[in-house]
Design a protein around this ligand. Sequence first.
Ligand code: C2E
Ligand code: MG
Ligand code: MG
Length: 286
Amino acid sequence: LMRQADQAMYIAKQAGKNCYRLYSRQMNEEASQRIRLEDELRGAWGRGELKVMYQPIWRVEDRTVVGAEALLRWYHPKHGAIPPSQFIAVAERSDLIGEIGLHVLRDACAEAMRWRGRAGQPAPFVAVNVSSRQLRDRDLPEQVGACLRESGLPASRLHVELTETALLRDEALAAGLLTRLHETGVNIWLDDFGTGFSGLSHLRRVPVDGLKIDRSFIADVETDGDDLALTTAIIAMAHSLGIRTVAEGVETEGQFALLRERGCDLAQGYWLGYPMPADEFVKLLG
Ligand code: C2E
Ligand code: MG
Ligand code: MG
């Protein structure tokens, strides 16, 4: 009875607190599935089931690789590959995201140390996704600092990606934390830009180095005049603020050509390169 009451309370809390929910059997099934996944996720890194893939990020102007985004994959022994859209949420609801996030950060910094730029080019950067839960963790700047020290990676070669929604949770805390992080030389990028509550005020309060234009804008940029107009406007706005843009989800040559015409700085997407194991990314660098 106590356990079932606890489950109902959990669902009520999730529904925004200050309300009540009656226990149902379905709640039980959902909860036990979540708990099972959470249990399996605990220790998944240790068992080698979690792998970080690297998706190349290209400079649009001359189509050279200038960096890569670290994207986590979970190869579950029974269920096969589980997409981050499913397990990151599970990790966020428990205390696991901090631990997993730290593993990704450490892996990314160590890998990036092996990356060399082509003659006369700076070495590629690595971009790491940070979730809102990690942002509430006050020692994120210390964790990042420790990973940089351990690996020897210069701070300028690390990009931290956050969504606008993550910033909204507690903007004052986030702004303070990100300012500290930015002062150490780490780049701050806004992910999925244009989908959240794109309060442009974030761009004043948080030290932002770049915007990642969400792939929902890029998908129809060739056929939908509004999407092209919005993409062009985001690029122009970013440039007038002195910050850069990455187009996400570039899947066709036509999209790439339009982005080049509109002056987008960087791009990533299946047309340019899929997320790949670290060793393959090193080969791509030549
Ligand atoms: P994101 O940071 O916006 O990452 C971009 C997503 O778009 C990735 O999905 C990538 O595989 C996918 N993508 C790249 N190019 C294309 C394309 O041309 N077409 C399409 N349709 N998709 C493309 P993925 O790897 O499934 O990751 C989904 C989300 O999960 C990420 O979105 C990010 O928010 C989160 N995530 C992934 N790894 C981590 C991590 O280590 N930590 C945290 N906190 N979140 C992560
Ligand atoms: Mg990202
Ligand atoms: Mg994104």
